[in-house]
Write a protein that binds this ligand. Structure first.
Ligand code: ADP
Ligand code: ZN
Ligand code: ZN
Length: 730
């Protein structure tokens, strides 16, 4: 009898939470972890073999053979493959979609997993000679040659983005013999000349020494260091040890913290291949980084959340910088937490993991309390910087001019007179959060959401920040025809104008998502600020994170009151983090910093606590409240969300979900309720919250229930999802 071939369990990109069985057919048996092409309904899809089996629940006459084997060996190292399989199970997400989310898009399209040569362009002696004689009108050529001259005669593929060019635009210069196109040979993981290391202070030294002992084995650390305490320097010196051990390092950074500055700092330090995964890469560049890391040709990978899924030949360290940042949790599709998975990955890779923050999440503080993470603290600011002085400014009954009180302006004046910079923080972009009619009280609401539309005066538009709908600003009231429409409330655009009026001789810049749309914009602002070409910075939380501006000595928080009263149980934690981070921008170098917080609630416990104690003791207090209320991290949660054109359908569906879960002891279901913002983008939304005290119970209980829920007739009338460990109640 011929040896029978196994049946293949294949993860296919579909919304169903299961794999599908296929026969091998006449092909050689594909290993677990390889890609295969299969027919699925009327489509042809690329899937991943997740297991071999000898039994199938599909009747034998329904089983189809696969059509093609794409890879001759598994795509992912075992550790990463197992992590994805585990995560699909934990987050109750379709395994096929987990792979699609985590793999580079070219691999999802079936491209071979082969490293293609990468090119750079070198300035030739002819090019060098031609530069001074260039015609003034040849703007592009001038720009290209100038760049090459400034960068050791080399233009890299990723420079083209900054130059706002595409490769074909270099062709004329190649034809003239001014540039030559050359293949970059991947350097084998060479070592590592580190330069410019700083002499660590005692706390930093202690942190590096402690963590260094665990290179080569799993250990979780929380590096809890106040803003400006030199956490990055600690990462760098630890990474150096890892590289000396001939291993690789992965550094995760939040979306906004991913500034070229960070990468520059790494590149200056280490003479080895350092890759940065960011949204500006082409699909090919992304795949090449992925393959180089897998083959051990890249030593350090820096990237946002999804960089966690980079394969490595020998991963020796994971750093999660600003671990409290919400951007580590994906908010749609495969709703994973990169921070939580980083710990699991480190365990599987037998590597240490460092979670770093000035304002650690309650989850991590809790893990420290339970002995799951080792706590390392940096209490002193590095170099000579002192912690900032914090003032709560009571603005009850004080006149406000565009949200600014006179004492605040006077305070700014004092700093500006000394030639220092001020940051004015307001977490609301646009000119004003709404537009109202003086005649009849009409207010500009979004037709598709339960929200007002934000006025963007510069663009003369109303913009809904929730569904992205944009309309021209009306010239008169659509209801009564009155021409007097006035903005209500305060956004960064309005604040910017008010500050220009208040300080006519000072240079004001606004930094928010609107003003940084152009690719290079953020970098240009940062350079201008560092060069002292800016006096006043107005901005949203984009400015709160990670930046180091030595001449910034004052931070003004204009309107925080909205954050003090929120129904979300995480609001206190989030506000404490935001305020501490913003405050941390002040006085990071030799000059002392000052933070002024305007508020109508000076006696609010959060404000009192935050500035009479430190974040550390406040977080223990927040944890005590969570424990008393049996809230995470003392319980775990899962949130079902559903939406449809009418609220009735999601409510009906979630009610049935709730019934199908009612028999589970130890798990409570709350709801269904309409979502906090019930109408969004034209859909009516509802949710059902499941909560259990025992960790793991939700997973065990939901798993069998989910396949029933998928079959409910009411499920077909809605779009629904499940969010494990939800971070955002909306
Ligand atoms: P964090 O990441 O904790 O906010 P950084 O690592 O960015 O802090 O350090 C803040 C500033 O202090 C940087 O300018 C850095 O160069 C400087 N710094 C860090 N460690 C030292 C040290 N040991 N000696 C002198 N300066 C240091
Ligand atoms: Zn009106
Ligand atoms: Zn809207």
């Amino acid at each position: 009898m011929p040896q029978s071939k196994p049946i293949l369990k294949v993860a296919v990109p579909t919304p169903l939470r299961r794999s599908f069985d296929y026969l091998v057919g006449h092909h050689a048996v594909p290993a677990v972890g390889t890609r295969v092409r299969v027919s699925f309904g009327r489509q042809q899809l690329i899937g991943i073999v997740v297991a071999h089996t000898d039994k199938s629940t599909t009747p034998a006459n329904k089983l189809k053979p696969i059509q093609e084997v794409i890879d001759s060996e598994p795509l992912l190292p075992d550790t990463l493959f197992n992590l994805l399989v585990w995560a699909a199970d934990y987050y109750q997400h379709p395994i096929g979609d987990v792979f699609t989310t985590c793999l580079p898009s070219l691999l999802n399209k079936g491209e071979p997993a082969i490293l293609e040569p990468e090119y750079c362009w070198k300035l030739t002696p002819e090019g060098q000679a031609a530069f001074p004689k260039l015609n003034k009108n040849a703007v592009k050529q001038h720009k290209i040659l100038h760049w090459a001259l400034e960068h050791q005669g080399i233009i890299q593929a990723f420079d083209l983005e900054q130059l706002e060019l595409i490769p074909s635009e270099l062709k004329p210069l190649i034809e003239k013999g001014w540039l030559s196109k050359e293949i970059i040979e991947p350097s084998a993981q060479g070592f590592v000349q580190s330069s410019d290391s700083l002499v660590l202070n005692q706390e930093q030294q202690q942190a590096v020494e402690t963590m260094q002992k665990d290179i080569g084995q799993f250990h979780g650390f929380l590096l809890d260091g106040v803003t400006g305490s030199g956490k990055t320097e600690v990462y760098l010196q630890l990474i150096e040890k890892v590289l000396l051990n001939r291993q690789q390092a992965l550094v995760l950074v939040p979306e906004i913290g991913l500034t070229p500055q960070t990468v520059q700092r790494f590149k200056r330090r280490f003479d080895c291949d350092i890759a940065m995964l960011h949204s500006g890469l082409t699909d090919r560049q992304r795949l090449n980084i992925w393959l180089k890391a897998k083959q051990g040709l890249t030593s350090v990978v820096i990237g946002t959340r999804s960089a966690l899924f980079t394969p490595f030949a020998d991963l020796g360290l994971i750093v999660v910088d600003e671990e409290h940042d919400v951007s580590y949790k994906q908010q749609d599709g495969f709703r994973y937490s990169a921070r939580d998975l980083a710990i699991l990955r480190a365990r599987d890779e037998q590597a240490p993991v460092v979670l770093g923050s000035a304002t650690p999440s309650m989850e991590s503080v809790h893990n420290v309390n339970q002995g799951k993470l080792t706590h390392l603290t940096l209490r002193k600011r590095a170099a000579n910087a002192k912690p900032p002085h914090i003032k709560v400014l009571d603005i009850r009954q004080r006149p406000l001019n565009n949200g600014l009180s006179q004492p605040l302006l006077d305070n700014m004046q004092r700093h500006l007179e000394k030639g220092n910079q001020c940051l004015v923080f307001l977490n609301r972009r646009g000119f004003a959060p709404s537009l109202m009619c003086h005649g009849c009280g009409w207010i500009a609401d979004c037709q598709r959401c339960d929200k007002h539309m934000t006025l963007h005066l510069q663009q003369k538009r109303l913009h809904c920040h929730h569904c992205d709908k944009q309309v021209f600003m009306p010239k008169k009231c659509p209801d009564c025809g009155a021409p007097e429409l006035f903005p209500v409330g305060l956004g960064t655009e309005r604040l910017e104008q008010a500050l220009i009026t208040a300080f006519p001789n000072k240079k004001v810049v606004r930094i928010d998502r609107d003003s940084t749309r152009r690719k290079q914009a953020m970098q240009d602002y940062v350079t201008a600020i560092k060069n002292n070409e800016v006096d006043i910075l107005v901005g949203t939380q984009m400015l709160a994170k990670g930046h180091h501006f030595p001449n910034l000595t004052m931070v003004a928080v204009v309107d925080i009151d909205g954050c003090l009263f929120s129904a979300d149980f995480r609001a206190t934690e989030r506000t404490a983090q935001l305020l501490t981070q913003v405050a941390g921008r002040a006085g990071r170098a030799d000059q002392p910093g000052e933070v002024v917080i305007q508020t109508h609630h000076p006696e609010h416990p959060l404000l009192l606590n935050l500035f009479t104690q430190d974040y550390q003791s406040l977080s223990q207090q927040i944890l005590a409240e969570r424990e008393a209320g049996l809230l995470p991290p003392y319980s775990s949660m899962a949130l079902f969300r559903a939406e449809a054109s009418s609220l009735q359908y999601p409510m009906e569906f979630l009610k049935e979900v709730s019934q199908s879960l009612s028999h589970i002891t130890g798990m409570d279901c709350f709801g269904p309720f309409p979502a906090p913002m019930a109408k969004r983008a034209g859909k009516m939304r509802a949710q059902l919250l499941c909560q259990a005290q025992q960790r793991g119970l939700i997973q065990r209980a939901l798993k069998p229930a989910i396949s029933q829920i998928e079959q409910l007739p009411s499920a077909r009338k809605v779009r629904w999802s499940i969010d494990i460990d939800p971070q955002d109640p909306f």
